[in-house]
Structure formats: structure tokens, C-alpha cells
Design a protein around this ligand. Structure first.
Ligand SMILES: CC(C)(COP(=O)(O)OP(=O)(O)OC[C@H]1O[C@@H](n2cnc3c(N)ncnc32)[C@H](O)[C@@H]1OP(=O)(O)O)[C@@H](O)C(=O)NCCC(=O)NCCS
Length: 187
């Protein structure tokens, strides 16, 4: 079970549950073609974002059981929501989860997404007691693969043309990190 004590405060950011009041901020990045290129949804309209933000299953702020997904807003204090993160609880028995991220390009290349993902990984291991966290990345998505590596994740797979994705075959990189590897990577 994961019930974070919100907001989760990092050096420069606050992670907190997504709310309907975040509609314009979330729309600003999730409506962009480039942002959605390698994520499994089309650029979102305002109505799509409203449906997302009011869908309790996709914007859970706690994880009570396997099969659920937690979503958190990445808030830059004084600016607003600049991205969001997801953590899927894949299996209770195998203590496994999967992490995902999206960030506004207007706030990219400053380490914000990595800082936010580190905080969520920390909770996944320390509070949800996961043994292994994975990330699935389109092989063409170099910024995301670099982010996995910055987080200390190991590339374990390169699945060649394993998915018919947005009208073409796409290959997938599989990344993972274990609890003991995470512990060792802590300063
Ligand atoms: C994946 C994604 C979040 C990465 O964004 P990003 O801006 O590269 O990541 P960060 O915010 O952590 O910034 C890290 C970059 O800033 C640089 N940087 C600058 N200042 C920094 C600082 N103070 N601390 C850390 N990194 C810093 C890093 O060197 C790094 O650049 P590099 O990858 O060229 O070496 C972003 O590309 C994105 O949202 N893509 C669209 C959605 C998507 O594809 N999601 C993933 C699906 S699997």
C-alpha cells in the first residue's frame, strides 16, 4: 500500500495529486504532438484532459492494490504544473512496478523530470517496498532512455518491432532497477 504524505517536496519541486484546477497546465503540454510522440495517447484536447483529471482510476493519489496506477503532478512552485508522473503497481507477489513520465518541453533540460522521478522511485522502494521498478521506452525516445540511465536504471531489453504503435512498427527498450541497486545509488 502506498499513501504518500503530500506534497512530496524535493529541492526545487512539489509532487502532489492532480486536480481539475490543473486543466490548463496539463493541456499546455499534453496537447503537443511532440510530447505525445512516444506515449500511448494522441495529443489531448481540453475535453480529453478534463476526462483524464476526473477519472479516479487514472489519477489515483494512493495505491491500495496491485493493478492500480498512481499519478502525481510535478509542480514548480510559483509556476504551476510542468509535468506528471505515473507509478503502476504491477504485482504484489513479485513486488514490481513500472514508472512513466511526461514533462512540458518549456521546462525541459533542467533536470526537473529526473528530480521528480527520483522522489517517486524513492517512495516506490521505501514505502511501497517494491523489489523492482521498470520503464518501457520507445527505442527512438532518446531523452527518455537517457533519463532512465540517469536514474540508475539498467537496459535489459531491446524488443525489435514488438508493437504496432501509431501506424508503424515500433521497438521498445526495457529498463529496470532493483531495490538494492537503488539503495546503493543513494548519496
Ligand atoms: C522524457 C522527458 C521527461 C525527459 O525530459 P528532460 O528535459 O530531458 O529531463 P530532465 O528534466 O530531467 O532534464 C535532464 C536534462 O537536463 C540536463 N540538465 C540541465 N540542468 C540540470 C540539472 N540541474 N540537473 C539535472 N540535469 C540537468 C541534463 O543533462 C539532461 O540533459 P541530457 O539528457 O541532454 O543529458 C521529456 O523528454 C518528455 O516529457 N518527453 C515526452 C514524453 C515522453 O516521451 N515520456 C516518456 C515515455 S517512455
Amino acid at each position: 500500500m502506498l499513501r504518500p504524505d503530500y506534497p512530496i517536496v524535493t529541492k526545487r519541486l512539489r509532487l502532489r495529486p492532480l486536480a481539475l484546477g490543473d486543466l490548463e497546465d496539463v493541456y499546455a503540454y499534453s496537447s503537443l504532438e511532440d510530447v505525445c510522440r512516444y506515449i500511448p495517447y494522441a495529443p489531448r484536447t481540453r475535453d480529453d484532459v478534463r476526462r483524464f483529471l476526473t477519472d479516479g482510476k487514472r489519477t489515483r493519489s494512493t495505491l491500495e492494490d496491485e493493478g492500480q496506477v498512481l499519478a502525481v503532478a510535478i509542480e514548480l512552485p510559483g509556476t504551476g504544473v510542468i509535468g506528471d508522473l505515473v507509478l503502476f503497481w504491477r504485482s504484489k507477489e513479485h513486488r514490481s512496478g513500472e514508472i512513466g513520465w511526461v514533462q512540458s518541453p518549456a521546462y525541459g533540460a533542467r533536470g526537473y523530470a529526473t528530480e521528480a522521478a527520483r522522489a517517486l522511485l524513492g517512495l516506490a522502494f521505501a514505502d511501497l517496498h517494491l523489489h523492482r521498478v521498470t520503464a518501457r521506452v520507445d527505442a527512438r525516445n532518446e531523452p527518455s532512455a537517457r533519463m532512465c540511465r540517469r536514474l540508475g536504471m539498467r537496459q535489459e531489453a531491446h524488443l525489435v518491432e514488438n508493437e504496432w504503435f501509431k501506424g508503424e512498427w515500433s521497438s521498445e527498450l526495457g529498463f529496470a532497477i532493483l531495490d538494492r541497486e537503488w539503495e546503493r545509488s543513494r548519496p
